[in-house]
Design a protein around this ligand. Structure first.
Ligand SMILES: C[S@@+](CC[C@H](N)C(=O)[O-])C[C@H]1O[C@@H](n2cnc3c(N)ncnc32)[C@H](O)[C@@H]1O
Length: 236
């Protein structure tokens, strides 16, 4: 759940120029020490050291995330959590030809994306008009909450990549995808090295696989290291 502190941080971020934001963030981190933020995500007691055989035996390694999309079902209902300017959305549309594609993002927040929702609406105007694409400028938990359970065939998670956020998004995605649906996502890696930022995707995904008996079905192996993953229930 978004805390009052998160809310406040968002408002401050909206007030300062984008270029000054990293400075502000550094100053904040040195004044307001949050032990959980400096802890490596995979060092938490709740995170398993690795997965067991049953979680990985069906995993297919593919060269790139587009190959993973090739393996996904055609048609159906799909959500992309974290769309930015909509580059992956284009690949989702051309490769998997969904009946309905929901693009969800908090566009316009200085912290994550300065793209505007209008850019994406213009880019996909034809597909919005033909009823395939719907653009939802909201946080994923808020947006997905309006859909009935088991609505989606698959979702792709690509927002902040923190451990906490990934955990929350996997939890809500689990409710909203069909029992044999797929939960996929980006940045299954340890972090953004140039920015010196840890990601918690691997930790959150592994913990989730153990807790809810899920298995990895696909892992992409791009050289830049920002792999994509896909998981589904071991026993749907
Ligand atoms: C890496 S980009 C997404 C890229 C896109 N999936 C692609 O591959 O083309 C991450 C996006 O997540 C969005 N984002 C960050 N935090 C979010 C949140 N809490 N809720 C929704 N979107 C968020 C940002 O606005 C940004 O556009």
């Amino acid at each position: 759940m978004r805390t009052l502190l998160d809310e406040l941080k968002g408002r401050v971020a909206d007030l300062v120029p984008a270029r000054a934001y990293p400075l502000l963030k550094g100053a904040y981190a040195s004044i307001y020490y949050e032990p959980d933020r400096v802890k490596t995500p995979h060092a938490r007691d709740s995170v398993p050291e690795t997965l067991s055989e049953e979680h990985v035996r069906d995993a297919e390694v593919v060269p790139a995330r587009e190959d993973m999309l090739e393996a996904f079902p055609r048609g159906g209902r799909v959500a992309e959590l974290g769309t930015d300017e909509g580059d992956l959305s284009e690949r989702i549309l051309s490769i998997t030809d969904p009946d309905e594609l929901y693009l969800i993002d908090v566009w316009g927040s200085k912290e994550f994306s300065d793209r505007s929702v209008e850019e994406v609406e213009n880019r996909y105007a034809d597909r919005i008009a033909d009823g395939t694409v719907e653009v939802l400028p909201e946080r994923p938990d808020v947006a997905l909450d309006r859909f009935e359970d088991g609505f989606f065939d698959w979702v792709y998670i690509d927002t902040t990549h923190t451990y906490e956020q990934t955990q929350r998004e996997l939890e809500i995605a689990r409710e909203k995808v069909k029992s044999d649906g797929v939960m996929a996502g980006h940045d299954y890696c340890l972090g953004d090295v140039p920015a010196g930022r840890w990601y918690g995707v691997i930790a959150a995904v592994h913990e989730f696989c153990v807790e809810y008996e899920m298995k990895l079905t696909h892992l992409s192996l791009e050289t830049h290291g920002h792999s994509s993953f896909a998981i589904e229930r071991i026993d749907p």
